[in-house]
Each structure stands twice: as structure tokens, then as C-alpha cells.
Write a protein that binds this ligand. Sequence first.
Ligand code: MV4
Length: 461
Amino acid sequence: MIRKVLIANRGEIALRILRACRELGIQTVAVYSEPDEQSLHVHLADEAICIGPGPSAESYLRTDRIISAAEIANVDAIHPGYGFLSENADFAEQCETCNIHFIGPKAATIRQMGDKALARETVSKANVPIIPGSDGPIENESEAMKTAKKIGFPVIIKAVAGGGGRGMRIAHNAMAFAKEYETASMEAEKAFGNGSMYIEKYLENPRHIEFQILADNYGKIIHLGERDCSVQRRHQKVIEEAPSPYLDAKLRKRMGDVAIKAAVAANYVNAGTIEFLLDQNDDFYFIEMNTRIQVEHGVTEEATGIDLIKEQIEIANGKRLLYDQKKIVLERHAVECRICAEDPANDFAPSPGKIGLYYPPGGHGVRVDSHVYGGYVISPYYDSMISKVIAHGRTRKIALDRMYRALSEYLIRGVKTNVGFAKAIVVDPAFRQGEASTGYIEEFLKRTPKNLFSKDKHLIK
Ligand code: MV4
């Protein structure tokens, strides 16, 4: 029985996990780095343990310190959140060895799905469509070139240990291929300690559609519909929505059934996400499985009314999933904007610093997941996300209009933010018509004057 959870994360997701625990009557232990001493989750947790200085490598990534904190506090489980150790199979294994529940899938599943070439092979054996590409990791450059020529250019070179766009390079022809392959492999070696690469046919301008999976320990697996995450800038998601404005019921059923097949093939337990690319012919392909709760999980929560973090904890506690797949209908439309301390007028350079006046939006149909407050210091040690604003409504138009109204209320002084940028997208006709695919942001930035991104001079709807 899980009575006490250590939250091995920081920022808004740490607060989100703490809230779920509190509603379940579960005690919470926060871990924090020295710069995070004044964070909200530290103040609100039942106990808090400092695990080191600012750099993540000395704090939130220190598995030894986190496990020690867990043993000192005598917790029953650890929730890893997203990022940091959330997809570290060795950490999940260490938790289980120390008889501490890791709130997530089994270590073996994390390892298998974390090897992006093996993930492709695993789901392909279960008849899940994958993009034509190499059979497993590429052994050497000459084999790579042969494979690329067989697939046909353009191809995308991906890191076996990568994911989420990290270590990806696109080669449009044989001339460019050799250089791109070598650079990608070196970057992967540096970033992940593993330079193994695989190749796929590059799909031009697909939509990025992901399905939320929930699976219990007794073989029941359901999906909670999709999230459209096509509005990305350099692999950073800016706006996510559920349901996708593009999918009809037939395509949703087809993709949802395939998402379940992929989760079954992965022997999945707990919450996870199946990522697809959808092309212009409505053909879709598995690209990867994320074995963690994602930043954008709240979009699915607002569209379905299901608290995903509570479900994760209950599954880890041995609860059976009682939802009936047929009854999982996205009755509402939800849209999320990620608000970051960054400067759109300066190529979105991070803008850390002390927040002055701070007033988050609210009102009917608006949720703001954030750990910041007036006087809070956005640290240069961690990512620049300030909050996630989620607006929902009976229709997509209501949700988008509500998002626009919410962003118009958002007061954040002391740091530069992308609020104006998000507002400009939310009122952009191409976005409003549901036409956005992965190339949208690049096209939008080309045709939108940067000065429109300063909050007070945005496009009037
Ligand atoms: C692709 C692709 C096109 N073709 N794979 C990027 C992150 C990861 N989740 C998968 N990603 C992609 N994989 C093939 N074979 C397009 C993306 C992609 C993308 C690529 C470049 C720039 C922005 C992108 C945004 C979403 C998806």
C-alpha cells in the first residue's frame, strides 16, 4: 500500500504530483536543489530534503541521492514526473531493488522503448505500421548510405538512444548524407553516450499525433484519445490540443486501436504515450513510445475529466482500471499553451530572472499549471517553462477564444515571455482552420512580423 511518495522532480509537475497525492491522502516528500529551496512544492510537501546544488547532474539526476532521500524518509514509492530520471531504466530498477514502487512502467519496458530502433522492431512485429527505414541500428557509414539509397531520399537520421527530436538530422540527398550521418552520430555519442543511429524515410510536413495510454497490472489497456502536437518549434511543443482538429471518428478509431496494439507489444503498465506521424494520405506511422507522463497530459485530463496522475498512483497501488474504452469520449475540446521565460524577438533566447508582478488568468474553463509566483526566480539551471495554460470548451472555437482571453489577462513582469507569440498563433487563421502540421511554426514565423509578439501589440481577433 502506497502511503508516502517521494516526488523526484521540480517545478509545475512536482506541484501537480503533490496535489494528486494530497487528494489521495498520500504523504509527500519533496526533493530539491539549493536554488529551489523556495519552490512551492518544497513549501507544500509534508517533508522536504535538499539533494544538492543547482546543476541537475548534482541534484535531480543523482539517483544515489534520491534513493537515499527515499530511504531516509521511508517512502513507499517514487514519482519521477517527466524529464530527469523519468525514462531512466537503471533508476527504475534501483527503486524496485530497494523495494520502492517506481510510479511508471517496468524498467524492462523503459529500456526496450528507450531504444528507439528496438521500439520500432517490437511494435512492427505486432503489425503496427512503422515508417520504411533501416532494420535496427546502422552498423557503419557505408551500410548507412546503402540503406538510405534503398529507402530513397530525403531520409531522417535518428539516434537509437534519442527521442523527442534530439540527435535528429535530415539528409535530402547522397551528397549531404555522409556529413549529416557523421554529425548526428557524434552528437548522439556526446548527448547520450551512444552514437548508434537508425534511418527512416523522411515524411514531409506530417501531423504529430499522440495517443494517451493507461494500462493496469492485470492486462487491461485503454487509450484516452489523442493530442495533436504539430505546433512545435525546434522539437519544443508550443501548443497541444485534444482532440485533434483533423481526425474524424473513423481515423481516431483506427489510430487508437493501433496505439493499444503497440502498448500490448510493449507489455505496458501505467501511463504512456504512443507517438504517430500522420501524412497527407491519412496513412499513419508509429515513431516512438514515451514511457512517462508528459508535459501536455493536462490537455487529455481537461478533455476527458480523468486525473492521469491519480490513475498512475492508483495503478502502482495495484488498482484495476474500471474504465470502459467505449465510454472514453472526448466531450470537450482542450488546448494548451506552454508559457516560457524566453524572448521571441531574440530567437526565443531564455530570459531567466526574478518575476515581478504576476497575475495568472482564471475563470470558467481555464487551468493554469504553474509553480511560479511574484518574486520567484526563474533559474538558469533548468528549462524556462513558467506555466501551462489550458483552456477548454464544448467546441474548439470556444476553447481557442477562451485561451485568447486567458492569455490577454496573463500578467508576468520582470522576465520576457512568449505570451504574445502564443496569442498570435491562437488567432492565426491557418491555425484556427486546423491546418497546422509540423511545418506550421516555421511558415508562421516567416510571415509574421516579430513585433507582433510583444503582448500589447497582438493581432485583434
Ligand atoms: C520524423 C519526422 C518526419 N519523418 N520522422 C520529431 C520528434 C520526434 N517525436 C519525431 N519527430 C519527427 N520524426 C520521419 N521519418 C518528423 C518529426 C517531427 C519533426 C521533425 C523535424 C522538425 C520538427 C518536427 C516536429 C514534429 C515531428
